[in-house]
Design a protein around this ligand. Structure first.
Ligand code: 5AD
Ligand code: SF4
Length: 458
């Protein structure tokens, strides 16, 4: 009699790249016969894909591991693995500190996940794989693994980062920049489109320098993706203001499938803090890039990341950050309190801003951003926009998707037949975090109803 397939549960923390890596691990394991299991308690293999960008992210992982211990006591055969950046950073220490952990592996070991989990299951070993790709070539290959595809998918096109911003752990956990060849990426895009994907977001920690050390560039990849029949939208993340060249800026006005949206972290408005962070641009240079982007594409939405409380940040420095936030009116802002990461240059700087001051600055920035977003989104009431419907909301009250600018829109009179379709939506309500509206193709009579099911949608 054949054995029942092993079941797998993957929990993901952190950035989109981790979401992609988790999908890839589940794809690789599914090919080997594993079946996905939603309930962590019932899975034979539990993988936790982790993030170490801030101290808090690491604490979350360690406390989750503590909570999961009773499951291992109940079923010693259950396999627990840590993958991703915490695995890479803590390595053997993690195996030593957490006796119920069977596997620790870093981001570069993802394509070996089948073999590694197999060693635990079949040989009863505790396994460590934090091997770094030390090959000095500037390219790497990642064979296509696409068991299923959502309307909007992430696709990793490069790994690593060569920037070494002084606060950032990424270059230490993900290594140097390496890119996949355009032909291979385009093949993945085509496979995704065959399975129903309409929008692809290319991922890289420092994506503007995609192809560094090879004749290929990000601009060329965008042009090639624009030619893929059936693909409707292209996005990419994350850009570095210093590396966003004029060719890439111009594409926002010329490449039809490239969405008018760009994530361009500025981190701080203060030139002296930017210098301490080794960001390699000034406030003025950042604002000039924004001007150029708006000239190339007036409807472009720009989102950003901000760190408050970097070592030595004064009140005057922080005011410069508030000034940029007020001036640019970003479409979305991710705000973080500076978190010292062992091994980075900023860790050794000392001059820590007190926690209470960081809290106060974060609060001030959040209040300002919320006011701006609330006003910005309310201005959209009465306008129409195109939304690629991605899913039914968990509470089944509405469908949701994003407009070209990347804003989340909840649509109240769409049906399940619209998942994967781009529909025209009139915005009727808005707040600081989302937009709500109605599919304009639907009957007027339906507008007053809170939710109309699939049958009403053609
Ligand atoms: N502390 C706080 N925020 C950080 N980020 C990166 N490293 C740190 C750190 N040590 C933020 C940056 C980056 C985003 C992904 O995370 O804003 O753009
Ligand atoms: Fe980290 Fe800077 Fe590289 Fe971004 S560009 S991943 S912040 S080192």
């Amino acid at each position: 009699m054949s054995q029942a397939p092993k079941t797998l549960h993957i929990k993901t923390f952190g950035c989109q790249m981790n979401v992609y890596d988790s999908d890839r691990m589940s794809g690789l394991l599914e090919v080997q016969g594993y079946r996905l299991e939603k309930d962590i308690r019932n899975a034979d293999v539990v993988l936790i894909n982790t993030c170490s960008i801030r101290d808090k992210s690491e604490h979350k992982v360690l406390s989750l591991l503590g909570e999961l211990r009773p499951l291992k006591q109940k079923n010693p055969k259950k396999v627990f693995g840590i993958t991703g950046c915490v695995g890479q950073r803590m390595g053997r220490t993690l195996l030593q500190r957490v006796p119920h952990l069977d596997l620790v592996m870093g981001p570069d070991a993802i394509d070996r996940v089948g073999q590694l989990v197999g060693s635990v299951l079949n040989e009863g070993k505790r396994v460590l794989d934090v091997g770094f790709d030390t090959d000095r070539k500037r390219t790497y290959s990642q064979p296509s693994v696409i068991p299923r595809a959502k309307p909007s998918e992430f696709l990793t096109i490069m790994k690593g980062c060569d920037h070494f911003c002084t606060y950032c752990i990424v270059p230490f956990t993900r290594g140097r920049e390496k890119s996949r060849p355009i032909a291979e990426v385009i093949q993945d895009v085509e496979h995704l489109v065959e399975k129903g994907t309409k929008e692809v977001t290319f991922l890289g920690q420092n994506i503007n320098t995609y192809g560094k050390g090879t004749p290929e560039t990000l601009a060329q990849l965008i042009e090639a993706a624009d030619r893929v029949a059936g693909l409707e939208r292209i996005r990419y993340v994350t850009s570095h203001p210093r590396d966003l060249g004029d060719d890439l800026i111009a594409q926002f006005g010329s490449v039809s499938k490239l969405c008018p949206a760009l994530h361009l972290p500025f981190q701080s408005g203060s030139d002296s803090v930017l210098k301490g962070m080794s960001r390699l641009y000034t406030q003025q240079q950042y604002l000039e890039k924004i001007e150029k982007l708006k000239r190339a594409c007036p409807e472009i939405a720009i989102s950003t990341d901000v760190i408050v409380g970097f070592p030595g940040e004064t009140d005057a420095d922080f005011k410069e950050t508030l000034k940029v936030l007020a001036q640019v009116e970003f479409s979305l802002v991710f705000m973080f309190k500076y978190s010292p990461r062992p091994g980075t240059r900023a860790f050794a700087m000392g001059d820590e801003v007190p926690e209470s001051v960081k809290d106060e600055r974060l609060h001030q920035a959040q209040v300002l951003v919320h006011q701006i977003l609330d006003r910005q989104n309310k201005n959209l009431i009465g306008t129409k926009t195109h939304v690629l419907i991605e899913a039914l909301d968990k509470k089944a009250k509405h469908f949701s998707g994003r407009n070209p600018q990347g804003k989340i829109v909840h649509v109240f009179n769409a049906g399940s037949a619209c998942i994967g379709k781009t529909i025209e939506v009139e915005i009727t309500e808005a707040n600081g975090s989302n937009l709500r509206g109605y599919y304009v193709g639907a009957l007027r009579a339906e507008r007053n109803q809170p939710f109309v099911s699939a049958t009403s949608f053609s």
